[in-house]
Design a protein around this ligand. Sequence first.
Ligand code: C2E
Ligand code: MG
Ligand code: MG
Ligand code: MG
Length: 290
Amino acid sequence: QAKAAGRNTQRLFDPGMQASVTARAALEADLRRALAEGQFVLHYQALVDDDGTLTGAEALLRWQHPQRGLVPPGEFIALAEDTGLILPIGQWVLEAACAQLAEWARDPRLKHLKLAANVSARQFRHPEFVPGVLRALNTTGADPRRLKLEITESLLVEDVEDVISKMRQLRARGISFALDDFGTGYSSLSYLKQLPLDDVKIDQSFVRDVLTDPNDAAIARTIVALAGTLGLRVIAEGVETREHWEWLSRHGCHTHQGYYFGRPGPVVAMLESLPKRPAPMRRAHPSGPG
Ligand code: C2E
Ligand code: MG
Ligand code: MG
Ligand code: MG
């Protein structure tokens, strides 16, 4: 009889499914504990301009898990979005990023740096989003002109009016906006001209083979041309080699981010690694004899 019940159970609850439900529930409980116990950290990745000058950074969330070590966002952001935990986690990110900006503002060598924070669609859509951003700025004293928010095309599938209205409210305070992972979503190009954006980020999937794949090169050139027409600046993601950097600079990208300049890491690592980099554009076009 136990055997029959076991079979029955197996039919109703596929063991694989049961295992994944249990794993999700455990991960959710773990995420709640992470928030309560302060296990999240921000890592920073450099953004540099054409001549290799550090102009800012992107803040990338990591989970310092007591057993699993440093967990990347790909392993928990989706569940955080599903469960709504992205709301308090996202607010934590904004506050931590603003606190870092306020710290940089006290250092004359760093006070010009901009810091970009990623915002998930669910977080942006929440009515408390705009007040939450303003609160993060107010409690830390960070300069809103140094804060950039990275949004994605997934925001544009519904209620674009609301998105635009929130962007305008924040831009009125000096905050800037980048459209992240551009080219991978399903947004209509007509939205792009309506959105009050500052930058578009070419997704790394187009950058990876830009030197060898004519389709990727065409996409990258098209994004640069479109951005130029709309008055937006272009940031290339996933710049892994000097050849990437040179190609992208030559084709009109203003700002570059990727492993070539440094992997995401603690803020000190980012600040220390950069000044050592040579500037390829200057080397390619020496300013003269001597
Ligand atoms: P993203 O915003 O597009 O961030 C860029 C990702 O590319 C980062 O992955 C970064 O480590 C990686 N990357 C940077 N340079 C290179 C390179 O040269 N080559 C390659 N192959 N990859 C590079 P990461 O840190 O694992 O983050 C993944 C995604 O998680 C982010 O993509 C973003 O969508 C999301 N994310 C990160 N932090 C947050 C956050 O605070 N809030 C939310 N909502 N999402 C976040
Ligand atoms: Mg981003
Ligand atoms: Mg991106
Ligand atoms: Mg990306």
